[in-house]
Design a protein around this ligand. Structure first.
Ligand code: COA
Length: 324
């Protein structure tokens, strides 16, 4: 046995919020169309000095401060993202410098699209175990407003910017998060061309194919995590599900047969923030007291790749180091 527990969270959303009614003024869409098909009412977009790095810094500082973990104690820092400010240096390397992690901290970004934060949690658990370091800082962050095409109403309305961070503690005696990660390579239904493609790097999506994938992958992944952890879905205190579309969540919750009150989200004001979606929601629920120490939280992400990832994250009672 060995694993990580959640110590603290933080998040950051850009100041500027764009409602569906604002979008009605600039494109052929309606609040009724967006709300009824997705549950989205608003999204946040970076403006001015705000950027991927500034959102990450804000979320990371909050999480570290709340955890009581000092920057020099951070052994692993991972940023899940597909919209970093730089292809190099990785955002995690910028955080090393700005926050003052030691030079032997393992810092890198990873891209598993909307599953990225849960991929990063699992990677952090493995790296902390391998390096015998105690504390990890895991972020999911996106500035999707940079990769959406204002001329494509079917994708523009869906995405937003934001960052979420989690400080985790690794211990030999902690249970694993029992991560389930998967990938079904597909470069057709959800893509953003790379910098060398010679075409604009904007989201291309076949919404209905992605919808069909999501309503199958999300509940399957949640079940597999519970099975791997040896618990029933009823024993899960809280589900933190990727906020891509309220209808996808409703389908999945029904398929799983779990209490919808344990699966509420924040898509109405964040829209889909890809890798940032799970950690932003995690933070909002912790700050509202809806996730408490000792709770078992089942997180699931799914999306581009196509990828999926789930994990059972237990919330620590406080720093283990403080009680020993
Ligand atoms: N406002 C108004 N009308 C819109 C619109 C918008 N923003 N976007 C598309 N439409 C129109 C289409 O042009 C189409 O019109 P037509 O029938 O005259 O051709 C109509 O609405 C239906 O389009 P369709 O794409 O079939 O809608 P849909 O019911 O499948 O809903 C999504 C589209 C994107 C909301 C839905 O497919 C979806 O949520 N898919 C999953 C996307 C997702 O979650 N991706 C991220 C995964 S991580």
């Amino acid at each position: 046995m060995s694993g990580i527990k959640l110590l603290a969270t933080g998040s950051a959303l850009p100041q500027h919020m764009i409602t569906n009614h604002d979008l009605e003024q600039i494109m052929d869409t309606s609040d009724e169309w967006i709300t009824s098909r997705t549950g989205i009412g608003a999204r946040h977009h970076c403006q001015g000095e705000e950027c991927h790095t500034s959102l990450c810094l804000e979320a990371a500082k909050k999480a570290l401060e709340r955890s009581g973990v000092k920057p020099e104690e951070v052994g692993v820092c991972l940023v899940a993202t597909l919209t970093p400010d730089h292809l190099t240096p990785a955002t995690a390397c910028v955080l090393q410098k700005e926050l003052g992690f030691q030079e032997d901290a393992i810092c890198f970004d990873l891209n598993a699209a909307c599953s990225g934060f849960v991929y990063a949690l699992h990677t952090a658990e493995c790296l902390l175990a391998a390096s015998q370091r105690k504390y990890g800082l895991v972020l999911g962050a996106e500035v999707l407003s940079r990769v959406i095409d204002i001329n494509d109403r079917s994708t523009y309305v869906l995405f937003g910017d934001g960052a979420g961070a989690a400080v985790v503690e690794w211990r030999e005696e902690f249970p694993s998060i029992h991560a389930v990660l998967g990938c079904r390579g597909n470069d057709q239904v959800l893509t953003i061309p790379g910098v060398n493609k010679g075409v604009p790097a904007v989201v291309h999506m076949d919404g209905q194919d992605v919808f069909r994938f999501a309503v199958e992958a999300l509940p399957r992944c949640a079940r597999e995590v519970a099975q791997k952890a040896g618990i029933t879905l009823e024993e899960v205190d809280r589900f933190v599900l990727h906020q891509a579309n309220q209808r996808i969540i409703n389908f999945a919750v029904k398929k799983l047969g779990v209490d919808p009150a344990k699966c509420t989200g924040n898509i109405a004001h964040t829209a889909n923030t890809s890798a940032a979606s799970v950690p932003i929601l995690l933070d909002e629920l912790v700050q509202k007291g809806e996730i408490q120490p000792g709770n078992k939280v089942l997180c699931v992400g799914f999306g581009g790749g196509l990828t999926w990832a789930g994990a059972l994250l237990e919330v620590a009672q406080g720093r283990e180091g403080d009680t020993k």
